[in-house]
Design a protein around this ligand. Structure first.
Ligand SMILES: [Cu+2]
Length: 244
């Protein structure tokens, strides 16, 4: 061992690891919490098995760029809560509906861009969509998600009003096929830190339209629900959820 550099010793370890794991697992080795969680970023280059073998095979200027790119992706996987830039809620049926889809929340300059893509609605119908207080969708009728997310204690309103519940996102409008897409940018919430963070709460789709009335827009019962969580980087979750 004395004549072999640490680098080679690590490579030997990584080869052993690579061979003992099924291919899929080996390829995802850098996502294994045991190899990445407790390590400072600048050490991960030398300590992560499959990246080490990649380094050994490629030399030159490209290597640093690729490494930077890879580390950026790794960082996104293990990123600090405050640095999260995208959240997603997979919408599942509630109360026996066929509603399914996704709602993406992206950090953009000036606020949070919301992109909702929901199918399984009644053709040409309108449905209230809100962020509710709790990321708890265990109740069959969605009521465990609590009321509208409203940390400011404002009256309910549609997104055309600046003073409203933090969770007031307005309405989804379904087309002839019962599919709805809603895109809007809001400035009254944040993803994981800052003003009125929404991670861990729920998106609720309602049976009826939100008419902006008090206290919650007369939108009726809940027909779709999803917990807002950290989305997987590089994966267009909105598209993949709709494709199902
Ligand atoms: Cu609601």
């Amino acid at each position: 061992m004395k004549t072999i550099s640490n680098r080679f010793a690590l490579m030997a370890v990584s080869l052993t690891l690579g061979m003992s794991l099924p291919p899929a697992l080996a390829a995802e080795g850098d996502m294994d919490p045991s190899t990445s969680k407790d390590m400072p970023m600048d050490n991960s280059k030398d300590m992560t098995p499959d990246k080490e073998s990649g380094t050994a095979m490629k030399e030159g200027a490209m290597e640093d760029n690729e490494m930077a790119e890879t580390m950026k992706k790794d960082a996104a996987r293990t990123t600090a809560f405050a640095d999260v830039t995208e959240l997603v809620a997979a919408i599942e049926p509630v109360s026996g509906s066929n509603v399914k889809g996704s709602v993406l929340f992206e950090k953009v300059s000036g606020g949070v861009k919301v992109t909702a893509k929901v199918g399984g609605l009644e053709p040409n119908s309108k449905h209230g969509i809100h962020i509710h207080q709790f990321g708890d969708i265990t109740a069959a009728d969605g009521t465990s998600a609590g009321g509208h997310y409203n940390p400011e204690g404002n009256d309910h309103a549609l997104p055309t009003e600046s003073k409203r519940h933090a969770g007031d996102l307005g309405n989804l409008e379904a087309d002839d096929d019962g599919n709805a897409t809603l895109t809007l940018t809001v400035d009254n919430i944040s993803l994981t830190s800052g003003k009125d963070p929404i991670v861990g709460r729920a998106v609720i789709i309602h049976e009826k339209a939100d008419d902006g009335g008090q206290p919650t827009g007369n939108a009726g019962s809940r027909i779709g629900a999803g917990v807002i969580g950290i989305s997987s980087p590089g994966d267009d979750s909105g598209e993949s959820a709709m494709a199902k």
